[in-house]
Design a protein. Structure first.
Length: 149
């Protein structure tokens, strides 16, 4: 299975002290079983929030390359029935203005707030324009199923 993340945010977040003002952060998560399979597109958004749950440093945008997921527990969590409607946190870290490599974090939360890590990958190729990181926390929803590109 493969995933690709596109995330954008506007706001001010200071990660080390846990303070932030998020104007808007949104993310598309694309999932496909293999290169020629249909692509399931999920969305997560957060707007007008305080704290460090979502945001970026001023403006952030990043789009990763396709990332291979092989962990059996992660594959179960990425199933549409398990993922759709869940609370998630997706973060793309790394300073970049163009093509670079960054770190990816993707967690899903259960009803009482316990998290399970779906992705924790380092040195992933991406196209980005961000000073440090862009993160979104919110409910994820299935938006579309597209044919393979």
């Amino acid at each position: 299975m493969e995933v690709r993340i596109t995330i954008s945010g506007i706001g001010v977040t200071i990660p080390k002290i846990g303070f932030g003002v998020n104007v808007f952060t949104g993310c598309y998560l694309e999932i496909r079983a293999s290169k020629n399979s249909p692509i399931k597109v999920f969305g997560v958004k957060d707007h007008l929030s305080l704290g460090d749950g979502s945001g970026s440093i001023i403006v952030g945008h990043a789009k990763t390359s396709w990332i291979t997921v092989m962990n059996p527990e992660s594959l179960v969590l990425l199933n549409t029935q398990n993922l759709n409607g869940s609370k998630v946190e997706i973060e793309v870290k790394g300073t970049s203005f163009g093509h670079a490599n960054g770190d990816i974090g993707f967690k899903v939360f259960d009803d009482v707030g316990n998290s399970k890590t779906i992705l924790d990958k380092y040195n992933i190729p991406m196209e980005a324009m961000q000073l440090a990181s862009t993160k979104v926390r919110g409910k994820i929803s299935l938006l579309n199923i597209a044919t393979a590109a």
